[in-house]
Design a protein around this ligand. Structure first.
Ligand code: NDP
Length: 322
């Protein structure tokens, strides 16, 4: 089978398409023919070596497809069922194995492309809004990169919870998309100081929570958007890692809280995984959560997909189709 493997860390050029053997499922695993895999920023962090992993390996950790084989102890899924999963390495490939406890069977009518597009980012938006901080109706939240994969989902989900959503984006075109997802106010952070704009939009009060996935270039401004005892949710670093930070500043800025959450800790039990995946896939299936999928690349073009994602050229979800 064909797969995108990396032998050394670095830029997108380290992604190489190779012929490798089809993996065999362990006793509690399934073998899946991958129909679509999600491209996520975390893949670029692994590719660069920001997150360590033993080389060489097949990149990617989100996909959906059809079960074609199961291990000796598997009864929860059958050959022929359509499934999706995330957080398991090795998905930039024509076939992948995954522990059966991580698989979610797709509802009728939901395509594997759609499922691969929403598993990781949808469940992330779900935990950020329900569990990292429980957003209440009437509250105002700030979502950076509002036209990105995460941004569009966070905005729609926060709106369905009754929140007022302020987003930031880099271009007028992205502003349109963000408004289309329900954003109440959109700030062009390439043109004006977003912290100042947020203060104005909240009559000086500031926010209880900021969702920041941009990191290096927005972190300081995001802190300035918070009211006393507000929560800074730093959930990514699309612009780079935030430099070391002196914690005493949290006290001088108003007894602030900071968290750096990651999905695996919010789907650690089967119950939690089913809750989040059930909500997200259910909303997509009933049409109440829209997923923008304008960027589907052939598996062989994985390097270009990374370039475009990192180059701020994509909006919504980026997929690879084996
Ligand atoms: P996006 O589609 O949001 O792409 C990243 C966006 O960040 C860009 O489109 C761009 O939007 C903005 N951005 C601002 N500055 C830069 C920069 N210097 N370089 C690149 N992009 C920049 O990506 P995803 O939806 O895939 O992921 C968004 C973030 O969410 C990532 O940081 C990722 O790590 C994080 N994430 C975290 C998870 C977790 O559990 N912690 C799980 C899933 C994702 P604009 O042009 O409008 O500024």
């Amino acid at each position: 089978m064909r797969a995108i493997k990396i032998h050394k860390t670095g830029g997108p050029e380290v992604l190489t398409l190779e012929e490798v053997s089809v993996p065999s499922p362990g006793a509690q695993e399934a073998l899946i023919r991958v129909e679509a895999c999600g491209v996520n920023f975390i893949d670029t962090y692994f590719r660069e070596g920001r997150y360590p992993a033993a080389l060489p390996y097949v990149l990617g950790q989100e996909a959906a497809g059809v079960v074609v084989g199961v291990g000796t102890e598997v009864s929860a899924v059958q050959v022929g069922e359509r499934v999706a999963w995330c957080g398991v390495p090795g998905t930039y490939a024509e076939y992948a194995v995954a522990p059966v406890g991580r698989l979610v069977v797709l509802p009728q009518g939901l395509s594997t492309r759609m499922a691969a597009a929403v598993m990781l980012q949808g469940m992330t938006a779900h935990y950020l809004l329900h569990s990292t901080y429980a957003v209440k109706a009437g509250e105002t939240v700030l979502v950076h990169a509002g036209a990105g994969g995460m941004g569009l989902l966070l905005t729609q989900m926060a709106k369905r919870m009754g929140a007022r959503v302020i987003t930031t984006v880099s271009t007028a075109e992205k502003a349109e998309l963000s408004r289309g997802a329900g954003a109440d106010e959109v700030i062009l952070y390439t043109e004006r100081d977003f912290a100042e704009a947020v203060r104005e939009a909240t009559d000086g009060a500031g926010l209880s929570v900021v969702y920041d996935s941009v990191g290096k270039t927005t972190f300081e401004g995001s802190l300035k958007c918070l009211r006393a005892r507000g929560l800074m949710v730093l959930y990514g670093g699309a612009s780079g890692a935030v430099p070391p930070f002196d914690l005493i500043r949290l006290s001088t800025m108003g007894s602030l809280f900071v968290t750096r959450p990651t999905l695996k800790d919010y789907i650690a039990t089967r119950e939690e995984l089913e809750w989040r995946a059930g909500d997200v896939l259910g909303w997509v299936a009933d049409g109440s959560l829209k997923v923008r999928m304008e960027h589907a690349y052939a598996l062989a073009d994985a390097a270009q997909a990374h370039r475009d994602l990192e180059g701020r050229k994509t909006t919504g979800k980026v997929l690879l189709i084996p």
